[in-house]
Design a protein around this ligand. Structure first.
Ligand code: FES
Length: 65
C-alpha cells in the first residue's frame, strides 16, 4: 500500500473531531480496518455523524485499492 503522505492526507474528513484523511490511513495501517474500530479509535462519526459516508468510502478505498 502506498503510505506516502499526500496533500489529500491533510484533508479533514471529520470536522467534528478534526480527523484528517492521513490519520485514518495511519490507524487503518495499525489495524483499524472496520468502521466501528475506526470510530472508536479516532472518534470519527461520534459528533454529527455527517462524515460516515466519507469514512466508509475511504475505508473501502484502503481495503480495495
Ligand atoms: S463530521 Fe464527523 S461526526 Fe461530524
Amino acid at each position: 500500500m502506498n503510505t506516502a503522505t499526500t496533500e489529500q492526507d491533510e484533508e479533514i474528513i471529520c470536522h467534528c473531531t478534526d480527523t484528517s484523511q492521513g490519520k485514518i490511513k495511519t490507524l487503518f495501517n495499525e489495524g483499524c480496518t472496520s468502521f466501528d474500530a475506526m470510530s472508536e479509535r479516532s472518534g470519527v462519526c461520534t459528533g454529527c455523524g455527517g462524515c460516515e459516508d466519507s469514512v466508509r468510502d475511504l475505508l473501502n478505498d484502503l481495503k480495495y485499492p
